[in-house]
Ligand binder design. Structure first.
Ligand SMILES: [Zn+2]
Length: 67
Protein backbone atom coordinates (compact mmCIF):
# COMPACT_ATOMS: atom_id res chain seq x y z
CA UNK A 1 0.00 0.00 0.00
CA UNK A 2 1.21 3.46 -0.84
CA UNK A 3 -1.65 5.42 0.73
CA UNK A 4 0.70 7.20 3.10
CA UNK A 5 3.10 8.22 0.35
CA UNK A 6 3.82 11.93 0.29
CA UNK A 7 5.25 13.39 -2.91
CA UNK A 8 7.64 16.32 -3.06
CA UNK A 9 6.39 19.78 -3.96
CA UNK A 10 6.86 20.52 -7.67
CA UNK A 11 7.85 24.09 -6.79
CA UNK A 12 10.08 23.98 -3.71
CA UNK A 13 10.71 20.25 -3.22
CA UNK A 14 9.39 20.07 0.33
CA UNK A 15 7.18 17.19 1.42
CA UNK A 16 3.51 17.82 0.79
CA UNK A 17 0.51 16.97 2.98
CA UNK A 18 -2.41 15.01 1.62
CA UNK A 19 -5.43 17.29 1.55
CA UNK A 20 -8.08 15.31 -0.28
CA UNK A 21 -8.79 12.06 -2.11
CA UNK A 22 -11.57 11.85 -4.65
CA UNK A 23 -12.45 9.14 -7.16
CA UNK A 24 -12.21 10.38 -10.75
CA UNK A 25 -12.46 7.23 -12.85
CA UNK A 26 -13.07 3.58 -12.20
CA UNK A 27 -9.39 2.79 -11.73
CA UNK A 28 -8.05 6.15 -10.61
CA UNK A 29 -8.41 8.44 -7.64
CA UNK A 30 -7.42 12.06 -7.52
CA UNK A 31 -5.14 12.91 -4.61
CA UNK A 32 -4.70 16.57 -3.81
CA UNK A 33 -1.58 17.60 -1.91
CA UNK A 34 -0.75 20.96 -0.39
CA UNK A 35 2.68 22.33 0.40
CA UNK A 36 2.85 23.94 3.84
CA UNK A 37 6.02 25.75 2.83
CA UNK A 38 5.05 27.58 -0.35
CA UNK A 39 1.33 26.90 -0.74
CA UNK A 40 1.63 24.97 -3.99
CA UNK A 41 -1.21 22.53 -4.70
CA UNK A 42 -0.37 19.45 -6.75
CA UNK A 43 -2.84 16.83 -7.89
CA UNK A 44 -2.03 13.27 -8.82
CA UNK A 45 -4.12 10.66 -10.55
CA UNK A 46 -3.27 7.51 -8.65
CA UNK A 47 -3.90 3.95 -9.67
CA UNK A 48 -3.56 1.42 -6.89
CA UNK A 49 -2.84 -2.27 -7.15
CA UNK A 50 0.11 -4.35 -8.27
CA UNK A 51 0.73 -2.05 -11.24
CA UNK A 52 0.21 1.15 -9.27
CA UNK A 53 1.46 4.43 -10.64
CA UNK A 54 1.18 8.14 -9.91
CA UNK A 55 0.51 10.70 -12.62
CA UNK A 56 0.93 14.41 -11.97
CA UNK A 57 -2.16 16.26 -13.16
CA UNK A 58 -1.75 19.54 -14.96
CA UNK A 59 -4.51 22.11 -14.54
CA UNK A 60 -5.59 21.76 -18.15
CA UNK A 61 -6.26 18.06 -17.65
CA UNK A 62 -8.54 18.47 -14.68
CA UNK A 63 -12.26 17.91 -15.11
CA UNK A 64 -14.31 21.08 -15.00
CA UNK A 65 -15.64 20.29 -11.54
CA UNK A 66 -12.16 20.55 -10.07
CA UNK A 67 -11.40 24.04 -11.37
ZN1 LIG B 1 6.38 23.94 -1.93
Amino acid sequence: MDRARRPSCTVCGDRMALARIAPIERIHELRTFECAKCGQVDRYAVKSGSDAYWLLMRETLLPAAER
